[in-house]
Design a binder for this molecule. Structure first.
Ligand code: HEC
Length: 97
């Protein structure tokens, strides 16, 4: 592989995994403003997600999406998440410390 290809791959990886931690799904960039880049929230009003159980996180996101659970901030955000996003996000945040 030539240098430019390696560089291109690196740029691609860095830009697609952007601002959340390494291994974060791209959808996580929409969450870190409130829940923090490492899943530890910046405000006492916003829950920490890091280390929460995967099954719990995916259930909460599905509940926000279906309207079972309502929050003026989370409900609209959850509507843009696919089931795949939800499972990736739940896996990612549960893996953080
Ligand atoms: C604008 C700020 C904001 C953004 C952006 C945001 N959240 Fe939230 N989130 C909140 C607030 C506030 C709550 C608490 C809602 C409540 O009190 O019911 C919450 C709750 C949650 C919960 C439930 C936590 C628990 O302990 O019950 C999960 C899971 C969650 N958010 C995941 C996400 C994910 C994943 C994203 C990105 C796709 C995201 N949030 C983006 C503000 C935000």
């Amino acid at each position: 592989m030539g240098f430019n290809k390696v560089l291109g791959l690196l740029v691609f990886l860095i830009s697609s995994y952007g601002h959340a931690g390494v291994g974060a799904p791209p959808a996580a960039n929409a969450c870190i403003g409130c829940h923090g880049p490492s899943g530890v929230s910046a405000s006492p009003l916003w829950p920490n997600l890091a280390g929460q159980k995967e099954g719990y996180l995916s259930k909460q996101l599905q509940d926000f999406k279906s309207g079972q659970r309502k929050d003026p901030l989370m409900s609209p955000i959850s509507l843009s998440l696919s089931d795949q996003d939800i499972s990736d996000l739940a896996k990612y945040f549960s893996s953080l410390k």
